[in-house]
Structures are given as structure tokens and as C-alpha cells.
Design a protein around this ligand. Sequence first.
Ligand SMILES: [Fe+2]
Length: 382
Amino acid sequence: MNNFEFVLPTKISFGEGVSQNLADEIKKMGHSRPMVITDKGLIAAGIIDKITASLAESKIQYKIFDGIEPNPRDITVQKAYQMAEEYDADMLVAIGGGSSMDTAKAVGVLMTHGGTINDYEGLDKIQKPICDLIAIPTTVGTGSEVTFWSVITDTKRHFKMSIGSPLIAAKLALVDPLLIESLPPSMIAATGMDALTHAIEGYTCKAAEPITDACGIYAIQMIAENIRKAINGTSKEANANMLLGSLIAGICFGNSDIAGVHCMGEALGGLYDTPHGVAMAVLLPYVMEYNYASDYEKFAQIAKAMGENIDGMSPEMAAFTAVKAVHKLNKDLNIPSLKDLGTKAEDLPELAKRASVNVSVESNPRTATEADFLDIFQKAYQ
Ligand SMILES: [Fe+2]
């Protein structure tokens, strides 16, 4: 067995109503001027009011930055940072999906290190912990509440930069299933497929180790068992399980890595602003088809965790069954094709080029060059 390290600096508080503990948690940390980072949709839905009510009751002053967009950009990070500086915020609260949490991590970096977020692209460019951050997820996909990654679009390059360090992790995640009760089915589908991709890539990538394997396969099973039920809107428990599945997938890939699907999907998001989860779902089965021969045993375990019967199959067939299970799931969830997303055939070489320089390209279970990525893009496009 190879040596490995496992880190989880984030305290996790999970359960119905835990987001109501925000004020107490801020006080326990010794802070009094939080800035909340979120999006306008959550304000319109009344979710932010419900959470911040506890701050008003406890007479904690706060400021809200509500300018978060999907695929957050470096200029948005800069705007939020300016507001935090002007307000003299002493900590950050991120409420939302990955975009809000990733932006908050990036703002935290600037509050403690200065400069622009582009200065910190890559792994371990951060020298000291960021300011305290409480993350409150409202989607079932990103796992960003427990990961050490922030993905921000560099607007000059139209490229999604990854900033990674355990020092940017949230100090506390308040994970409250009541907040996702009104999540629309299309959002559960897209963000849930992002979570499944995290679990599958975290479990199969070159950086996987025994603890991430345990989290990864558990998350795959949990998401596969619950995603259809959650979308039908018939089971509150399925929603809670999706939220937990996405968190456990986050613990998995945060400590191992992501791989080819994210390399390709982030290229797509950088060029076309494709919602991250949709990009993941569209590409996942095609990258799995490219990768499955690298580890028949692990891919067979994925098939099994997704509820497929692989008894009596050859190792190769059992592994390939995982690819088929994801195609089937995409069909059930009405995931569009790469072509339907408006991708242009003439852009595929550029997308492949961008995928090949992603920070996680080395982690893909099977070596993948620019030509290989082009091949996968073309297969997904047909
Ligand atoms: Fe992702």
C-alpha cells in the first residue's frame, strides 16, 4: 500500500434546522461583522432572510454581497473583496451552491493575502489560513463546503482557474436539508450529477487512497439510490441523502482529486459558461468509457454501487456496465447532449487543448493527451 495523507479541517454540522445556529456559531468564533456571500435567486426565494433572521435576533450586524453568478469570475471576486474591505468584515458566510462557496474562499484569500485571485492559481500557493468561513450549501452537488478548492473563471483567458490549499477550507459547514426542499428538479439533476462525478473521479483517479475510496464508493451508492427519487419530489429523505452524498463525495475528491470529466467540463464552462453540473453529466459516461479499462475492479464496484447486477460477468463487461449505468441515468434525468448545449464542432480542438492543461489532468486514471481529449469530445458530440 502507498503512503497517503488525509485532511478534513472543516467541522460538519448536519441536520434539519442547523442553519438557524448561524448566529451562535459566529459568536463562538468570536466574530461580530460577517459578510454574507450569496446570489439574488436565494434572496428572491426568501432563503437568505430565513437564515439571517438569527443574526438580526442576536444583534449581529452583517453585510450581504449578492452578486454571485454561475461560473464565478475573477472580477466578481474582486468586487466582493472590495465590499468586504469597505465594510471591514471580520469573517465570511457563504450561502449557496459552489459558486458562492468558491467565491467566498477566494475572497478569504484576498482578505488575508492581498493581490488578485489570479496570483494564487494552482496548488498550495497560499501561505496562511484564510479568515474564518462558514459554508451553508443550498444545492446537492458541489461539496465545496468541505473541499480545499475554489474554481474561478479568469475573464481574460476565458479559463477556469483552480486554486487549491487546505488553508482555504471553510471552518464550519452548516448542512441543512430544509434549505433544499424547494430545489427545482433540473437543479437536483445537474448538481446531483456533479456530485456523482466527484465521487466517481475521486474514487478512480490516480490520487485515490483507502479513505477516499471508502467515501467515494459510499457516495456513489447514496447518490445513485436517491437521485431519481429526489427529482420526483416524493421523498424528503431522498433530498437529505443527496445533500449528504454530495458532502461525502466532496470529502472524497477533496483529498484525492478530480480527473478527465472536470478537465473537459471546466474547459466547456470557461468557453461557453455551461452550467457546471450539466457539463459534468454530459461528459461523464464518455470519459468513463475512455477510463474503464484502467481498473476493471473499481469500475465494476461502481456498477454494483449503482445497483447493477454484475454476477457472472467477465471483469471487462462488469466494468463497462458502470458506463452503461451512467448513460441510463442521464437518459432518465433528461440530460441534454453536448450538441444540444450549443457546442460548436469547430471549437472542439480548442476545448481539448484547454482540457489538456487543467491542473488535474495528471490524476486521470488513464493518461490523456490533447488528442485523446479531442477524441472523447468528438464521441460525446456525435
Ligand atoms: Fe464539480
